[in-house]
Design a protein around this ligand. Sequence first.
Ligand SMILES: Cc1cc2nc3c(=O)[nH]c(=O)nc-3n(C[C@H](O)[C@H](O)[C@H](O)COP(=O)(O)OP(=O)(O)OC[C@H]3O[C@@H](n4cnc5c(N)ncnc54)[C@H](O)[C@@H]3O)c2cc1C
Length: 378
Amino acid sequence: METTTDVVIVGGGVIGCAIAYYLRKSHVSVTVVERGEIGGQASGAAAGLLAPLGPLSGPGPLADFLLAGCALFPSLVQTLEAETSLQLGYRQTGALRTVRNPKRIAHLKKRYTSWLPLGLEMHWLSGDEARQLEPQLSPDVCATVYAPAEGQIRAPQLVLAFAQAARQQGAIIHPHTEIVGVETTGTSVTGVRTAQGDVLRCHTLIVATGSWAALCAQWFHVSLPIRPLHGQLISLQQPSPPLQHIIFGEAAYLVPGADTLIVGATREETDFQLAVTEEGISWLQDTARRLVPTLASSERTAAWAGLRPKTPDHQPLLGPLPGWQNVLLAAGHNSIGIMTGALTGQSIATLLTTGQMPQIIRPFSVERVLPSERLFTK
Ligand SMILES: Cc1cc2nc3c(=O)[nH]c(=O)nc-3n(C[C@H](O)[C@H](O)[C@H](O)COP(=O)(O)OP(=O)(O)OC[C@H]3O[C@@H](n4cnc5c(N)ncnc54)[C@H](O)[C@@H]3O)c2cc1C
């Protein structure tokens, strides 16, 4: 293992790999250290929705971040596919946000009104108009918001592409290497310690460990409010003819691929255990069939789970770790890490190479979740 590098990134999910990719574009020497497989946790489990409206309730910093994050994809995908020969499955399939209970129409209308100022193309459709677009939608779907620009990507492929392209451009990537602690001098980190007992020296440390970021923050005596939110997903065979659009019900969503579609996802407060349960699978199957009854005869092809890195305000934690001179945090992306991974990577690379915090990530600083006395202890 190489023992000195400018930047060590702990965590080989979409966030760590995207940061490494953009740092290499600026010729910074960088090593990514991942405990398991690259993309083996939340990033590889994600459904791959590039559908920014869902988490939003109007304009604001999160809307700016999500919309700018999604806007990077058309050209980014072209570049990454050319650099790696991987197929990322990026498609602007459009999304239908549906309600089946007439009493919920007013709620959807309110959300639609709050989304209008965001400037994304959107149409309010009756149930019948929605069924013209997607004929297998349940007959009880009574109102829909149609957003043609929303889309999808194959999340596991995206992470692999960032990692492969970063590696091709000189990044060092160590899977199956757990970091168990840090070496420090005063308020600076000088290196990280692996479970095998090696020390990897660095000038800057970036913690990009998703749901595990709060555990890593203990190395710095910082208490971070990031918790895992367990999510189960299944895939079903596409019905014939296949569904074309992403379909959101009020509790679950369907993401259509060529032969199969993803149904996601449960939301379960949990510890760090990953589990696929009969209860979770049944709930996903039943919810999918209520949205699209023809799915009753579709076979299940897979089931899996991941841990969303959840924060109390559902927004990520990005930037310097208060009290430390050379430690950055990029974690807590909740359900939006695939949509915003590239922009996070770009922004953290800019922060590191220019010393300036890009405006787009300023609202997500780590300070906002730390008690004020913590900010003055070092
Ligand atoms: C069910 C589900 C569906 C989702 N769907 C979507 C979606 O459609 N669209 C979207 O935008 N987002 C989605 N997300 C959210 C998205 O997956 C996450 O926000 C994103 O993957 C977080 O990326 P990350 O790199 O921070 O975390 P992770 O991918 O979890 O990566 C963190 C890595 O750090 C490693 N690590 C931890 N501790 C250590 C250590 N001590 N040493 C070395 N390595 C360590 C872990 O092994 C892990 O690989 C979904 C998430 C889930 C669970």
